[in-house]
Design a protein around this ligand. Structure first.
Ligand SMILES: [Zn+2]
Length: 316
């Protein structure tokens, strides 16, 4: 099911009905907006055998939902790897080379496409240049600037934006969240269905997140020594640093809203400390910019995560 993104949905559904789908789309927009879910839903339309396309009930739809449809391949970075490897792209090319199992389209979804190594991207170019038969490729990226421009220019770009709070709230309620929790979760989801969904799947997440936020905010307010100790002792592998940055960004955005009178204390974030209360609007904006810059550097270079965390913590 898709939350929001009605325009994009209408656009691609229409293209499908007219038989005018392009062979490669680049779905761009911030993390957790539901771009991968969207691509899977389009794959359902394409492979649905029900009367109502993307019915969710036929064999095709169910196999896609389970991730086991023989005509759909999802490529993503392996957990123990830093990049999507060229071998994975070769596998995808082989996959596209075979005939469709059910006689329809072959679909490949490359999640976080900017994580492809340069060799992998170069290898993929050929497929994007000369697509064979009925194939459709969805590249998904929250950071398309990191893709080779030659990849970028061979795909049709579809942009994704944040989803309205009211839609997210309604969805959360429909999934059984209490009104008060739905309010809070939609607030901290910041228009990202992917994030909202994490709270639906894991009912303990709200209190877990609350604790994590309080811990990181405490560190942000502590002495330099404690900050260094934190960055030294914290395992920053995988997504951990991104999560820390995300929490800090959310908190400082919340602080900014409080400063400008647009936000409200909502019981999720701790009461700002005296030091944080003294920050000017400009200082908060600078902090947010810094986190964004450092976060980008981490994704685009081999910069040390520990150093990156220290650079940010020192400014708080
Ligand atoms: Zn179906």
């Amino acid at each position: 099911m898709i939350l929001g993104h009605k325009k994009q949905w209408g656009f691609l559904r229409n293209k499908f009905e007219l038989g005018q789908l392009s062979h490669a789309y680049l779905l761009t927009g911030e993390r957790q907006l539901g771009k991968k879910t969207f691509a899977k839903e389009i794959a359902k339309i394409i492979n649905c055998t029900g009367e109502n396309k993307s019915c969710g009930e036929c064999n095709g739809c169910r196999l896609i939902e389970k991730g086991s449809h023989p005509d759909l391949l999802i490529v993503e970075r392996k957990e123990d790897q830093k990049e999507i490897q060229i071998a994975q792209i070769r596998d995808a090319q082989n996959f596209l080379g075979y005939k469709s199992y059910y006689g329809g389209y072959k679909t490949v979804i490359v999640d976080n496409a900017e994580e492809m190594s340069i060799e992998a991207q170069n290898c993929f170019l050929k497929t994007l240049e000369e697509p064979k038969g009925r194939t459709i490729i969805f590249m998904i990226s929250s950071n398309p600037a990191l893709l080779l421009s030659t990849i970028y220019s061979r795909c049709q770009n579809v942009k994704f934006f944040k989803v309205k709070d009211s839609e997210i709230k309604e969805y959360l309620r429909s999934q059984g969240l209490k009104s008060q929790d739905a309010e809070l979760v939609s607030l901290i989801s910041e228009g990202r269905p992917g994030r909202a969904d994490e709270f639906v799947k894991n009912p303990d997440k709200l209190s877990e997140d609350k604790n994590a936020v309080q811990e990181i905010i405490k560190i942000a307010d502590s002495e330099l020594g404690a900050k260094f100790q934190f960055s030294k002792s914290t395992d920053l592998e995988g997504e951990r640093l991104k999560k820390i940055f995300e929490v800090l960004q959310r908190y400082f955005r919340h602080l900014l809203l409080l400063k400008t009178g647009a936000g409200n204390a909502n019981g999720f974030y701790p009461e700002p400390t005296a030091k944080q209360k003294s920050y000017s609007v400009e200082k908060i904006k600078n902090i947010l910019e810094l986190i964004e810059k450092v976060d980008y550097k981490i994704s685009s270079t081999n910069a040390s995560p520990k150093l990156a965390l220290e650079v940010v913590l020192m400014q708080l």
